[in-house]
Design a binder for this molecule. Structure first.
Ligand SMILES: NC(=O)c1ccc[n+]([C@@H]2O[C@H](COP(=O)([O-])OP(=O)(O)OC[C@H]3O[C@@H](n4cnc5c(N)ncnc54)[C@H](OP(=O)(O)O)[C@@H]3O)[C@@H](O)[C@H]2O)c1
Length: 314
């Protein structure tokens, strides 16, 4: 089969579009014919060797930890899927990903895909949307009526987070730069702040939850806008634990998990038209280098998708 693999850590140039063996499945796995995958920052963090402590990988490695496709083979101990099912999910990032024609994935990481959207759109959902869900609800404990500040509200995770927080009944403030402010409003944000021109800490106070996907100075300044007892949940490194404790703020970093029950609820919201998927650009598998170069600039609005099997269904 064709796949995009790396044989060493490095820049986009280490990505090779080449022949790779078709995976064989274990008894608890599915073989999925990949229709589409998507680009996530974890792709380059792993590709550059920056995530070895958390996600140790070995070579050759196929990147791409989002998948939407069709079940081709079913492991003997798997009962909840059958050949031909259309599925999506987030394969575990230490194993081969979905920049390939086929992927073997543990069935416990997969759900039926939303029926109302293409595979290209479905592939843009799992990793980013599970992260938004878990950040807001599992770790952030967001409640209806609460005020949440969502950083990078126009990005892959942020665009889902704004919509999920509104669905929950929260008051949502999103940060983005000028080019993306209208988009964040369209997502449903009650307020938008241009982080390149305004200091959010001078405009906000008594926030219940900050959802941080930026870290560094943004995370540090976020402590100033939270109420006593508020929560600062980050998808990157929590770096300000002493200050957080001094202000009685719960600071927590987390790594999103692949929970099929959450994916099912997310698929339902998509099919009920309560959650939209925004794709900035679609690249064919053989142009994965360009897709990653584009994503790594850090200014994507929504998601970048990778199409593997071009068809009407994709
Ligand atoms: N822990 C986990 O499980 C987990 C899971 C998923 C993602 N992550 C991490 O979370 C981070 C975000 O992921 P992502 O997929 O959302 O990334 P992304 O899609 O690449 O984010 C791009 C967005 O970030 C915005 N942005 C850049 N700098 C900003 C700033 N200083 N303030 C506000 N917005 C800013 C950009 O808006 P402008 O163009 O307007 O600047 C752009 O829309 C990454 O570091 C990723 O590795 C962690």
């Amino acid at each position: 089969m064709k796949a995009v693999r790396i044989h060493q850590f490095g820049g986009p140039e280490v990505l090779k579009y080449e022949d790779a063996p078709r995976p064989r499945i274990k008894s608890d796995e599915l073989l999925i014919k990949v229709h589409a995958s998507s680009v996530n920052p974890i792709d380059w963090k792993i590709r550059e060797g920056k995530s070895q402590a958390r996600f140790p990988v070995s070579f050759p490695l196929i990147l791409g930890w989002d998948v939407s496709g069709t079940v081709e083979e079913v492991g003997e101990s798997v009962s909840e899927f059958k050949k031909g099912d259309e599925v999506f999910g987030r394969p575990y990032p230490t194993k081969n990903g979905a920049y390939a024609e086929f992927i073997a994935v543990n069935a416990s990481e997969i759900s039926l895909k939303p029926t109302s959207v293409t595979h290209v759109k479905a592939a843009a959902v799992p990793l980013a949307c599970l992260t938004a869900w878990q950040g807001l609800f599992d770790h952030g404990k967001l409640l209806p009526g609460q005020k949440v500040l969502i950083h990078a509200a126009s990005g892959g995770v942020g665009a889902f987070a704004v919509q999920l927080a509104k669905w929950k009944g929260a008051y949502v403030i999103g940060t983005a730069s000028e080019n993306h402010l209208a988009f964040v409003r369209e997502l449903g944000a009650d307020e938008v702040i241009d982080y390149s021109k305004e200091k959010f800490e001078e405009k906000l106070k008594d926030i219940d939850l900050v959802f941080d996907t930026i870290g560094g100075d943004t995370q540090k300044r976020s402590l100033m806008v939270l109420r006593n007892g508020g929560r600062l949940i980050t998808t990157v490194k929590p770096e300000n634990s002493i200050e957080a404790e001094a202000h009685n703020i719960h600071l927590e970093g987390f790594v999103a998990q692949s929970y099929p029950d959450q994916l099912k609820q997310i698929a339902l919201l998509i099919d009920e038209r309560k959650l939209k998927i925004f794709i900035a650009e679609v690249f064919p598998l053989e142009r994965a280098v360009q897709a990653q170069e584009h994503g790594q600039k850090g200014h994507t609005q929504g998601k970048i998708a990778i199409v593997v099997l071009a068809s009407k269904q994709s």
